[in-house]
Design a protein around this ligand. Structure first.
Ligand SMILES: Cc1cc2nc3c(=O)[nH]c(=O)nc-3n(C[C@H](O)[C@H](O)[C@H](O)COP(=O)(O)O)c2cc1C
Length: 382
């Protein structure tokens, strides 16, 4: 996820360093945007080194790039921590007088704000009115924690701990401590040393599933069949053919999501070298192993999720339900061949008890699938 992290000029700004590190370790792309006053509390070099990018706070530098709009619009989530009383007032009043307030107001993504200040400032009528105003605009405000404040005093107003901010901003980390194996992409079965039988899977759904599991705190291993770009924050095993995929799957997991398009056939008479045009071969095919059924039988404690690709016009629910029993899966995602290579998708989430349609971009549908699966995983005590 691309996160724009705003940091404002309160004493707790130093804690934002831990937040940058933790979000980056979870695989998120973090763009740090402090206010001028935040840099009185935490050094620019610290934030630049931790985030891996240079920080330029001048609203009017590199004007042709219109940076405040770019920064706001490319974010999937805007998080401001800590947020000063002054920042709450500026945002609530629509006063865009620095790069951060401009970028936040240009953002289309959800905005989460974590105020931190002395108890008196937090309880001040103006602050409370600004909080209510921001909430009415859809901004999510994380209430400050109670405890030791800047000096000797204590009370409400502390910036909550990093893990609590992450779980408030990103939702509960329901897959923390779980090993999740995701296969994505399409396999290739060699005909000779340069040619293969493949399929038109883009791998997008599998990649989105892996990202969604990572974002819920899972330790993800992605088995990538012929994929170029891979998201950060996960272990990656690159494979090409069904037999390489089978070898890579030889490991335990709490959850397997088999999203790769796996060839049903392999070439029995593979040619060593490159076949010349004059020697057009008769290709003999033999069935490949059913990797999902094999994995489910060998790992009975793993929660297995499969995909069923149904020809256009076919009965998706019937096919998916049949696959549930045939493969030993807990969930089968039924979809039609229209989904191959597309960015939008319509699927049917099928378990023994339900068949729920889900639709939208592959990212949205993947997040919904992973969130539903994680709930089932927890409720079934896996
Ligand atoms: C030592 C010190 C600590 C401060 N801590 C806070 C704080 O925790 N919360 C807050 O709202 N303001 C705090 N302030 C006041 C802000 O720095 C001030 O309102 C500033 O204008 C905020 O700028 P910004 O919102 O653009 O970052 C503090 C000021 C000083 C001198």
């Amino acid at each position: 996820m691309r996160i724009l992290l705003g940091i404002t000029g309160g004493i707790a700004a130093y804690k934002a360093a831990g937040l940058v590190r933790a979000l980056s370790e979870l695989g998120h792309e973090v763009t740090v945007l402090p206010t001028e006053n935040a840099l009185r509390f935490i050094g620019k070099p610290t934030l630049e080194a931790l985030s891996g990018h240079a920080i330029d706070l001048d609203l009017y530098s590199d004007v042709s790039a219109v940076r405040h709009v770019e920064l706001g619009q490319q974010a999937d989530l805007v998080l401001v921590a800590p947020a000063t009383a002054s920042f709450l007032g500026r945002l609530a009043g629509g006063i865009a007088d620095d790069l951060l307030t401009n970028a936040v107001m240009a953002a289309k993504a959800p905005v989460v704000v974590c105020p931190a200040m002395h108890s008196e400032m937090w309880e001040n009528g103006a602050t409370q009115r600004n909080v209510r105003e921001l909430q009415s605009q859809g901004v999510r405000i994380m209430p400050p924690a109670s405890g030791r404040l800047t000096g000797e005093d204590s009370g409400i107003g502390r910036l909550p701990e990093v893990e609590d901010i992450i779980s408030f901003a990103l939702g509960p980390m329901t897959l923390t401590g779980k090993r999740v194996l995701v296969t994505a992409g399409g396999t290739r079965e060699p005909i000779d040393e340069v040619r293969y039988i493949g399929n038109s899977s883009s791998g997008r759904m599998g990649l989105e599933i892996a990202k969604a599991a990572r974002d819920l705190g899972a330790a993800v291993t992605l088995i990538a069949a012929n994929l170029e770009s891979i998201p950060a924050g996960m272990e990656v095993l690159r494979v090409s053919s069904v037999s390489e995929l089978e070898q890579a799957m030889n490991r335990g997991s709490d959850l397997l999501v088999m999203a790769a398009a796996v060839s049903d056939f392999e070439v029995a008479n593979t040619y060593r070298g490159k076949l010349p045009r004059s020697q057009a071969p008769k290709i003999e095919l033999k069935p490949t192993k059913d990797l999902l059924a094999g994995y489910a039988a060998k790992h009975p404690r793993t929660f297995c999720v499969g995909f069923a690709l149904v020809e256009t016009g076919g009965d998706i629910e019937k096919t998916a339900r049949q696959k549930l029993w045939d493969k030993g899966c807990k969930v089968v995602i039924g979809n039609s061949s229209k989904a191959l290579g597309a960015t939008e998708t319509d699927v049917l989430f099928v378990t023994a008890d339900e068949a729920t349609p889900l639709s939208g971009s592959k990212g949205t549908v993947a997040s919904e699938i992973v969130s539903r699966v994680s709930q089932l995983l927890v409720s079934q005590g896996n």
